[in-house]
Design a protein around this ligand. Structure first.
Ligand code: NAI
Length: 241
């Protein structure tokens, strides 16, 4: 087991990629903290992985602070934070509402800031830690109808690189993954014709599965990745080349 005894917080841990990650991390021996919005979903996944489930909205700082104190009370430390929670609310620039902009930025960007800022003092105390952020191919390439989402995911890359520079000397490694198109509830909303067109642009000619991303989270959390810092790893089957 690669992660025996490690305490791993996974935000969005009840969703497509997050749930798969919760299961894989538990199989690697980690104590998994499943953080997501819906209390029932959180409890279901937490029970499945024999972990701790906390219903929290990452855009709400008070809830995030409560979440971190619960984890510290239970386990006394935090080894890995995976900032995986994210949403889309798509519209073209001209049609995008203020609410669509604010909501996506508050979860995908400010939520990552909240969780990391709340967790990092505990990692500094231990002199070690891993932060793994979930960006997107869209954060580098933009995407039609996703001004808010693309901006938030570009911000995730900028925060990753900034924190890698700030925290490396304290033994904390900060990296990001940039998934392409992964089959989850997030992509279920897309019409079949769009997904088909997408497959033709992917060198591997298939969409990704949640485990394709979750396995990279595990790698970045493991001892094997101890000299990787500030990286943004594409997990897109070659869509971005
Ligand atoms: P998903 O929709 O299946 O899961 C996202 C999870 O985040 C859900 O369980 C949701 O309840 C949770 N969440 C949303 N807002 C939250 C909040 N305020 N507080 C706490 N939890 C919240 O989506 P998926 O595909 O598993 O996405 C995971 C991450 O991967 C997201 O950051 C997404 O942007 C990113 N991503 C996904 C891609 C894909 O093709 N599915 C491609 C690129 C990036």
């Amino acid at each position: 087991m690669k992660l025996a005894g490690k305490v791993v917080i996974i935000t969005g841990g009840a969703g497509g990629i997050g749930k798969e990650a919760s299961v894989i991390f538990a199989n690697e021996g980690a104590h998994v903290v499943v953080v997501d919005r819906d209390p029932q979903q959180v409890d279901k996944v937490a029970n499945e992985v024999n972990g701790l489930g906390l219903a929290v909205d990452v855009s709400n700082r008070e809830q995030v602070d409560w979440m971190v104190s619960e984890v510290i009370n239970r386990y006394g430390k935090i080894d890995v934070l995976i900032n995986n929670a994210g949403i889309t609310m798509d519209a073209t620039l001209v049609k995008m509402t203020q609410e669509q902009w604010d909501r996506v930025i508050s979860i995908n960007q400010t939520g990552v800031f909240h969780c990391t800022q709340a967790v990092v003092p505990h990692m500094i105390r231990e002199g070690a830690g891993r932060i793994i952020n979930t960006s997107s191919i869209v954060g580098r390439m933009g995407n039609f109808g996703q001004t808010n989402y693309a901006a938030s995911k570009a911000a995730v890359i900028a925060m990753t690189q900034t924190w890698a520079k700030e925290l490396g000397r304290k033994g904390i490694l900060v990296n990001a993954v940039a998934p392409g198109f992964i089959v989850t509830p997030m992509t279920d909303k897309m019409p079949e014709s769009v997904l088909q067109g997408m497959k033709e642009k992917i060198a591997l000619r298939r969409l990704g599965q949640p485990r394709d991303v979750a396995n990279v989270y595990v790698f970045l959390a493991s001892d094997e990745a101890s000299y990787i810092n500030g990286a943004v790893i594409p997990v897109d089957g070659g869509l971005s080349i």
